[in-house]
Design a protein around this ligand. Structure first.
Ligand code: GLN
Length: 451
């Protein structure tokens, strides 16, 4: 049924870069066989899923939305894919994304943008826009995305679905092609909080193949989603994440949701996180710095594309021709920014300062979480904007992640849940819930209560 739905709508939505019809049908058949044989099945057995094209799946093309990886078929499964398979999930194919996860609209994909199923002239968010659109368009009930500065929560918000960025280290990054290693986390998209929890629990857990993986039990997110109770919970509204620049309908739905939490017995207070103001500039030094280092591996020798290897050109020449042809403008912009920020003489002024700001943001969170159990804010300042509106204005595009970036910088967990449509444009609004590291269960308690 889902493959039929994809055939019907994906020409206009363009959520998928690659469909693995054969693999999906084989996985579904093996779940069927297990059921007939009476083998116990996992909670997600036979459930279809769209996988962001930044995670490796053995033998299936992985492009990261970039021409530089065109034709590359990874020889191994990422840990996320290994766990999905173990849970019986049926992977339908690879979902579109901004090139190397850099962007907020999926317009930076080298293979053309994805469209928002609510309004095909608008962006589905990004960088995991293919994953969010697939779920919103009923092409898949579940999807996996990755979130470095907001790339799960922002697309979830503008597509009217649930998306979680787990605690950093909660989900293994093994086989996740790195953008900014100290910020990247994979996580679930779903249409309900409980579905998201089931997927979260299936992919989370310690992995010796990822040195930053946390060796502790997975927070009980499924139980929390079932509990769906906020009585007595202390909820902090972040003062700095509202006001000027926020669309009135986004603010309105956000305030109504906060009132709902109060009526359900939560204790709501206003909390100040003064250093969140500096999160954006710090992120746009740290993420490009790490990206400039991570993307050095695309050297025309090891993976995918090779351009200008005419038998006379040297290694450096071929490398430079390949990178010039294989990377898009946003990736090049970030590599240049990052290389500059890390260069001798500038390192302390830029990268070093950004790291100090990162510490201040983590302290803001610590202070806030000494008073409240969770923090809330709108997920994005606006609803989905028209395709093309911000492509020539990277700074305007960067503002999409104003509310989401602090949690990545601190390594905390956060979720976006739908809280209705903005009255002025009829488009979905998301509310962000933020919790301390390894308290992912709190997100699901609050998220489920708001459903
Ligand atoms: N939009 C942000 C960026 O372009 C976040 C991307 C992400 O989370 N992968 O860096």
């Amino acid at each position: 049924a889902h493959l039929d739905r994809i055939t019907k709508v994906d020409d206009s939505v363009h959520a998928f870069l690659h469909l693995d019809t054969e693999g999906a049908l084989a996985a579904a058949a093996s779940v069927d066989a297990a059921r007939s044989a009476g083998t116990p099945l996992g909670p997600l057995a036979g459930v279809p899923l769209a996988l962001k094209d930044v995670l490796t799946q053995e033998g299936v093309p992985t492009t990261c939305g970039s021409k530089i990886l065109e034709g590359w078929r990874p020889p191994y499964d990422s840990t996320v894919v290994r766990k999905l398979r173990a849970a019986g999930v049926v992977i339908l194919g690879k979902a579109n994304m901004d090139e190397f996860a850099m962007g907020s609209s999926t317009e930076n994909s080298a293979y053309g943008p994805t469209r928002n199923p609510w309004d095909l002239t608008r962006i589905p968010g990004g960088s995991s826009g293919g994953s969010s659109a697939a779920v919103a368009a009923f092409e898949a009930p579940l999807a996996i995305g990755t979130d470095t500065g907001g790339s799960i929560r922002q697309p979830a918000a503008v597509c009217g679905i649930v998306g979680t960025k787990p605690t950093y280290g909660g989900v293994s990054r093994y086989g996740l092609v790195a953008f900014s290693s100290s910020l990247d986390q994979a996580g679930p998209f779903a249409r309900t909080v409980l579905d998201a929890a089931l997927l979260h629990e299936a992919v989370a857990g310690h992995d010796p193949l990822d040195s930053t993986s946390i060796d502790a039990p997975v927070p009980a997110v499924v139980a929390a989603a079932r509990q769906a109770d906020v009585a007595g919970l202390r909820v902090g509204v972040v003062r700095e994440l509202s006001g000027e620049g926020y669309q009135p309908g986004v603010e309105q739905r956000f305030r109504e949701a906060v009132e709902l939490l109060t009526s359900l017995g939560a204790e709501v207070v206003e909390v100040s996180c003064p250093d969140f103001t500096y999160a954006m500039p710090a992120y746009y030094l740290i993420a490009p710095s790490e990206c400039s280092s991570n993307l050095a591996r695309f050297d025309a020798m090891r993976y995918g594309l090779r351009v200008g290897d005419d038998g006379t050109a040297g290694v450096e020449e071929v490398m430079s021709r390949t990178r010039a042809a294989g990377f898009g403008p946003e990736v090049k912009r970030r590599i240049i920014l990052g290389t500059y920020a890390l260069s001798a003489g500038y390192y302390d002024a830029y990268y070093g300062s950004a790291q100090k700001v990162r510490t201040l943001i983590a302290r803001d969170f610590e202070a806030a979480f000494s008073q409240v159990d969770v923090l809330v804010s709108p997920t994005t300042p606006t609803t989905a904007f028209p395709l093309g509106e911000k492509v020539d204005d990277p700074l305007a595009m960067y503002l999409q992640d104003l509310c989401t970036i602090p949690s990545n910088l601190a390594g905390n967990c956060a979720m976006s849940v739908p809280v209705g449509l903005a009255p002025e444009d009829g488009l979905p609004v998301g509310l962000q819930i933020m919790a301390p590291a390894m308290a992912d269960d709190r997100l699901y308690r609050v998220g489920a209560a708001l459903e």
